[in-house]
Design a protein around this ligand. Structure first.
Ligand code: MLT
Ligand code: MN
Length: 306
């Protein structure tokens, strides 16, 4: 099994279009220690020929053009992309589906809750239903992923419950959203029968059940949105805490670094990193802290061999 990070940044990307904060200014200026990153997504394949996307970011068109293995190789029209697995219904996870119109056959996998979000929005009918299948996957049920010829490939995906919230655009503006476990935010355990890659771009808290699932995974790609819960407030770029947005922080006693101290994982990689998070900067003390704790910081184009 192999994986490719298509985008390592959180919603908005790095630099974010309307941010003039120092990190984004450094990225725009071409500072090699502030490498730009597109919005979070990975591609996974068993054979290197047929690929599954995990989330479809608004930057998907650019990501495909940066990634030769995802480009057409046969005939006048084709694509090695045979499926898209969705782990939430946020703009940064689903907007790229619109890029995949043009009557290419593939399967969209997601929980009933995420399929309901797509079904409720007719813009996604640009993915013609006679060509693009939408398949509901129950949490906790390993599902074989389907190849271009309709047969099952070697990869299975199991969607797992993680604490989170409904997408921002579905929030009721009169009250803050419930942060909890339902089927609109999940993680994905991807397996080829031997190795396990776990993709969790959005997670509000570590639970005992999640820690047990993560234990002994070969590779984990985990929510690296914010360094501290209040960093957007303190730096003046936003009015929300990380928890309000459904993301646990990387640092702190309830943070990701602390949570993983007790979890045995082969390779730990942070992705879905917000443009305000100092770990994006190669010369920051925070980057040194995560690396000293055994974490890698994902970047666009990162290749992962399992
Ligand atoms: C998030 O990860 O919190 C969302 O992508 C935010 C958003 O919808 O912009
Ligand atoms: Mn996001």
């Amino acid at each position: 099994m192999q994986a490719r990070v298509l985008g390592a940044a959180a919603g908005g990307g790095f630099p974010q279009w309307n941010s003039n904060a120092i990190g984004c200014r450094r990225a725009r200026a071409g500072d090699p220690l502030a490498k730009p990153r597109t919005q979070a997504s990975i591609a996974v394949s068993h054979d290197g020929e047929q690929w599954f996307l995990f989330n479809a970011s608004p930057d998907l068109r650019q990501q495909i053009e940066m990634t030769p293995c995802l480009q057409p190789r046969q005939g006048l029209r084709s694509s090695p992309i045979v499926g898209v697995v969705l782990t939430n219904g946020d703009v940064d996870a689903i907007a790229g589906l619109l890029t995949l119109r043009e009557r290419h056959a593939f399967t969209v996998y997601g929980t009933g809750g995420i399929q309901a979000i797509l079904n409720a929005n007719p813009i996604f009918d640009v993915l013609a239903r006679d060509v693009v299948s939408r398949r509901s996957v129950d949490i906790g049920t390993p599902t074989r992923l389907t190849l271009a010829d309709g047969s099952f490939g070697r990869l299975t995906v199991e969607l797992i419950a993680v604490p989170g919230k409904i997408p921002l655009y579905l929030e009721d503006s009169s009250e803050p959203p419930v942060i909890g476990v339902d089927d609109t935010t999940v993680g994905a355990v991807i397996s080829d029968g031997h190795r396990r890659l776990i993709f969790i771009p959005s997670c509000a808290a570590m639970t005992g059940e999640l820690a047990r699932l993560l234990h002994t995974a070969d590779v984990v790609l985990f929510d690296g949105t914010l360094w501290t819960d209040d960093e957007m407030l303190r730096s003046g770029v936003g009015g929300k805490t990380g928890l309000r947005m459904g993301h646990m922080s990387v640092s702190g006693p309830n943070g990701t670094l602390a949570a993983f101290e007790r979890i045995d994982v082969g390779r730990k990689i942070l992705l879905h990193i917000n443009n305000s998070n100092p770990i994006l900067l190669g010369d920051s003390p925070e980057r040194a802290i995560v690396e000293a704790a055994g974490w890698e910081v994902a970047y666009d184009g990162m290749e992962i061999q399992l």
